[in-house]
Design a protein around this ligand. Structure first.
Ligand SMILES: Nc1ncnc2c1ncn2[C@@H]1O[C@H](COP(=O)(O)OP(=O)(O)OP(=O)(O)O)[C@@H](O)[C@H]1O
Length: 228
């Protein structure tokens, strides 16, 4: 199931006037595909992710997540949609220090009201998928930066996310570990058929993308298949 933004405009208060962060942005991300979003600092990339994540409601335009129109949904319905359909991976893993890798994932399913045994099984499956089967019982301080980011990615997929939103996932990693995390995101996008949006500064990340979108001053300036 896809992600679709149509004619989205978002403004923030800016003194006596308003700053336009997104200006009539339209973006279609089919299921099982990866869209890379690039652009200078302050161009609107994080705002685009926040709108796609339904964390911010745009001034105008529509956001469809996994076939569902989000306009008109109440706060409870939006948070249920986020929990069950949207996976978000931020730059820093934000793992809970006291929990093991498996527990970081299980807690997501428990919040969603899923039974403990099913949560445990799904967590093991996902840790296996991200190459951490042997590290399931480790706490964050016993994992490397790259391993922590893998736990973060697995956690985002715990509740069968159909839309995966990823913000600069490799900024805290060296080139080699960053490339491995990127490969993992690409592979999981294809395997679990998520509509994935990846905000990145790294030109190396564009090669695996199905679509590259450039943002400048809140506008999408180019769309197409990756170059180089
Ligand atoms: N909460 C806010 N209130 C007011 N202005 C904001 C807010 N968040 C972002 N902005 C402004 O909106 C514009 C777009 O910001 P955004 O964070 O989306 O850019 P970005 O491309 O993600 O930047 P970066 O690469 O530095 O993270 C910028 O001019 C920024 O200053």
């Amino acid at each position: 199931m896809s992600l679709e933004l149509t004619d989205v405009t978002l403004t923030y208060p800016d003194g006596d006037s308003r700053l336009t962060a997104l200006d009539r942005v339209s973006l279609y991300v089919p299921e099982g595909s990866l869209t890379a979003v690039v652009g200078p600092s302050g161009s609107g990339k994080s705002s685009l992710l926040a709108v796609a994540a339904t964390l911010i409601t745009p001034d105008s335009g529509t956001v469809r997540v996994a076939g569902r129109e989000t306009a008109g949904l109440g706060r409870g319905e939006l948070s249920a949609l986020r929990r069950s359909r949207i996976g978000i991976v931020f730059q820093q893993p934000n793992l809970l220090p006291a929990l093991t890798a498996a527990e970081q994932l299980e807690v997501m399913a428990r919040i969603d009201g899923r039974p403990k045994a099913a949560a445990r099984e799904r967590a093991r499956e996902l840790l296996d998928a991200v190459g951490l089967a042997g590290q399931a019982d480790r706490r964050p301080h016993q994992l490397s930066g790259g391993q922590r980011q893998r736990v973060n990615i697995a956690r985002a997929l715990m509740n069968d996310a159909r839309v995966l939103l990823v913000d600069e996932p490799t900024s805290a990693l060296d080139r080699e570990r960053g490339a491995a995390v990127l490969d993992l995101i690409t592979e999981l996008t294809h395997r679990t058929a998520t509509a994935t949006v990846l905000v990145t500064h790294d030109p190396h990340h564009l090669a695996g993308a199905d679509q590259v979108v450039r943002v400048a001053d809140g506008r999408l300036t180019a769309q197409g298949t990756p170059v180089g």
